[in-house]
Design a protein around this ligand. Sequence first.
Ligand code: NAD
Length: 343
Amino acid sequence: MKISIENETKLIEELLKAYDVKENEARIVAEVIVDGDLKGFSTHGIGRFPQYIKSIEAGTIKTEGDYEIEKETPGSAMINGNHKFGHYVTVKGMDLAVKKASENGVGVVGIHDSNHYGIAGYYADLASVQDMIGIVISNTEPAMAPFGGKKALLGTNPITISIPSDDINNYICVDMATSITARGTLLQAKRKGEEIPEGLALDKDGKPTTDPSEGLEGSILPFGGFKGYALAFMFELLAGPLVSAACGVDVQGTATPDVMCTKGDLLIVIDPEHFAGSMQFKFYVDQFVNEIRAENGVIPGDREVENIRNNHANGISIDETLYEQLTQIAENKGLKIDEYFEE
Ligand SMILES: NC(=O)c1ccc[n+]([C@@H]2O[C@H](COP(=O)([O-])OP(=O)(O)OC[C@H]3O[C@@H](n4cnc5c(N)ncnc54)[C@H](O)[C@@H]3O)[C@@H](O)[C@H]2O)c1
């Protein structure tokens, strides 16, 4: 079964509004989820939608109230997300970081008491489309054991960096978990009743497993051995205690919808105009990209561009379990959603 990009956007907005999400917030959530599916991060696309609805029902995502800026300097701010949708709070945080960077060279925004926000790359791109550099670091509830250990104590802590370019053919962005794969890969395999490839996860006794449920109970391995673990360790602190969010085992609620979310986010925006100058920076960015392409090298972001092209043309696959979950979510509010899908 498939859904077109246009219908996916409309469906998410319609369902969210039925669950009392304000129109402007629903639009942002839909846009980020669709961006995840378009770029090929299906683990963080519409497949995560049922989790968000469970969070609304459990009261861990609030449809009432709004986020607050609780501390501010010309170059920095701290945001209390007040348990609104992570997508909405992070877009607002990024808007503020971009404004501060354009005025001061750098804008750094810390966020706590927000929620799962889907793909990190969406937010970094908000800076690069405005000729700035966007960096986002977050922590998540534990999924990864420390190097040498067995018990999951660290999140899959993603980082994304998006860089502006003058060439419309260049999209330059890395968006990745510090675990070898995102937790969503295991959640998606579990939902589809599939095994995961070897080398991704350990069971709770620290033994390699291809069973996604065992991996979720145990731990996901870091990417790049010790180095991936070391980055996840640092991000745990930068996106945790630095921004009044939790760290380690105290981080909850990014994959468990019935508990309040305690993770944090650190958003960093740099305006090259206040450094080498925007024109000069982008000139060297594009020159470097051309050098890499001349060697048939792949640019971070190339895979997303290809996925966007294919997914726009072909639509997004919806597996049977997800279709049933979405139908149930709609029926609970007296809605029929069959017309959005095609075989
Ligand atoms: N919201 C959260 O709490 C959370 C937590 C973890 C991850 N995530 C998100 O999960 C998504 C998936 O993360 P991941 O680490 O599993 O992604 P991944 O391993 O599929 O890709 C990571 C990055 O490397 C690039 N890449 C990988 N292989 C490539 C290849 N062969 N050629 C070209 N480019 C290649 C991808 O395009 C991407 O930029 C990301 O969007 C991330 O932000 C979110």
